[in-house]
Design a protein around this ligand. Structure first.
Ligand code: NDP
Length: 451
């Protein structure tokens, strides 16, 4: 085991040297490598330096960078950068979302693509890992500007994607509106009705029921599974949720349906705490219809709600917590605040929202911790179901997709839980999810030769 730890440490140092100035990618790789020593000890074929499996797994199969020029409503030309990292296709076509946010750079896209490989493997469905996006900021842009940007982005991206090659979807800053513009341009350029090239489409034109809800619903179902192992249920529990985008809204919806009381939501300007519980209809009106800010919620809701400028939801005591905004949004001091408030479970709706030190604090305090790779896999799982429906030119009922999603989340929980036990780390879902995802991808890579 000591030898394996030394080899993994040397590998990590080499990866950081070869990929400078990519802190998020380093963090994601480190977090996975730290948990792999026991599987390398048990299965030496994975660790054989002559096979260089981990070296291949941490090097994307293909990285695409391109210029995205577009004109604003006044006719001024802007230039953004577009990215698509096609990380690993051992299990199926590259699959993963597009993120439009000013913080996007190659390191962020690689961290997300790397995580996606293991997440997609955990779903048990035939999808590889990829991710993309742009440093374009959709906030404050008109619909016409967003459309022109999406059309320019797809004018380059279309030559790299396809239903059997690479299938993007949404992420931060990319929702139904953006997927619509991207799909329209793809269809126009290629002259193909290739529904399976993008997921997250509108339900009237190839989209799946429950896709917008899937990530948030799945994260809540994962929390329910973790609690059930401890003989508890969500009914009657208070919850804190960060973010107010796609994942956060449907986390709140599912929590309310299961009898829990979500008290908060947030955006990059601050958070709202509502003592009566979030009024989801009002929040959806502000976020989905008016594209407004959470501060407006507090202003319109009345005396039960207040807006805390610049604060973080983790200061609000609650039984369960759902980080659902962005990476590294829950730090050590936030974890301590959650523990002091009596939190029982944390389920990551966002990707890598909890810093490594915060994860350690939560786990040492006995909090059930569901890592994003497992807890937020419901979104990509329903995306894969959307691809299946597109391939068969059929549309499944809401009930069928919801049942499938529940079954997939249960099975991800079971596999992460059992794998953690098998490798001597009972209750550690980080270890379980990393190893279970890794084994599936590694076996496929070994079987497919030196690729
Ligand atoms: P949205 O764009 O719909 O919402 C993002 C939310 O997070 C907004 O409230 C936004 O606030 C907030 N946010 C974003 N960046 C920051 C930041 N730097 N600081 C504070 N708040 C921030 O994105 P999604 O809901 O789709 O995605 C949220 C997370 O879930 C991401 O980590 C994503 O990778 C992950 N995820 C998403 C999936 C999906 O199906 N959509 C699937 C799996 C994971 P503001 O408006 O102020 O920027």
């Amino acid at each position: 085991m000591k030898d394996q730890k030394d080899r993994l440490e040397a590998l990590r140092a080499d990866i950081e040297r070869r990929n400078p100035a990519q802190p998020e990618f380093h963090q994601a790789v480190r977090e996975v490598l730290e948990t792999l020593a026991p599987v390398f000890a048990a299965r030496p074929e994975y660790a054989d330096p002559a096979v260089a499996l981990v070296e291949r797994l941490t090097e994307p199969e293909r990285q695409i960078l391109f210029r995205v020029p577009w004109q604003d409503d006044r006719g001024r030309v802007h230039v953004n950068r577009g990215y698509r990292v096609e990380f690993n296709s051992a299990l199926g076509p590259y699959k993963g979302g597009l993120r439009f946010h000013p913080s996007v750079d190659i390191g962020v896209v690689k961290f997300l693509g790397f995580e996606q490989i293991f997440k997609n493997a955990l779903t048990g469905l035939g999808i590889g890992g990829g991710k993309g996006g742009s440093d374009f900021d959709p906030h404050g842009k008109s619909d016409a500007e967003v459309m022109r940007f999406c059309q320019s982005f797809m004018t380059e991206l279309h030559r790299h994607i396809g239903e059997h090659t690479d299938v993007p979807a949404g992420d931060i800053g990319v929702g139904g509106r953006e997927i619509g513009y991207l799909f329209g341009q793809y269809r126009r350029i290629t002259n193909r009705w290739e529904a399976g090239v993008l997921t997250g489409k509108g339900q009237g034109w190839g989209g799946s029921a429950i896709r917008p809800q899937a990530t948030g619903y799945g994260s809540v179902l994962f929390a329910a599974e973790m609690l059930a192992v401890r003989g508890e249920a969500l009914d009657g529990l208070s919850a804190v949720v960060s973010g107010s985008g796609n994942v956060a809204l449907y986390t709140i919806e599912k929590l309310q349906r299961l009898g829990a009381n979500p008290l908060t939501c947030s955006d990059s300007e601050g958070y709202v705490v509502d003592d009566k519980g979030i009024d989801l209809a009002l929040l959806k009106q502000i976020k989905e219809v008016e594209r407004g800010r959470v501060s407006e919620y507090a202003a319109r809701r009345g005396s039960s709600a207040r807006f805390v400028s610049g604060g973080r939801v983790w200061d609000v005591p609650a039984d369960v917590a759902f980080p659902s905004a962005t990476q590294n949004e829950l730090e050590a001091r936030d974890a301590r605040a959650l523990v002091a408030g009596g939190v029982k479970a944390v389920s990551e709706g966002a990707n890598m929202p909890t810093t490594p030190e915060a994860v350690r604090i939560l786990q040492e305090a006995g909090v059930a911790f569901g890592p994003g790779k497992a807890a937020n896999a419901g979104g990509v799982a329903v995306s894969a179901l959307e691809m299946a429906q597109n391939a068969g030119r059929v549309a499944w009922s809401e009930q069928r997709v919801e049942d499938e999603l529940a079954g997939i989340m249960r099975s991800i929980h079971t596999v992460a839980h059992e794998t953690a036990e098998r490798y001597g780390a009972p209750g550690d879902y980080v270890v379980g999810a990393n190893i279970a995802g890794f084994e599936r991808v590694a076996d496929a890579m070994l079987a497919q030769g030196v690729i």
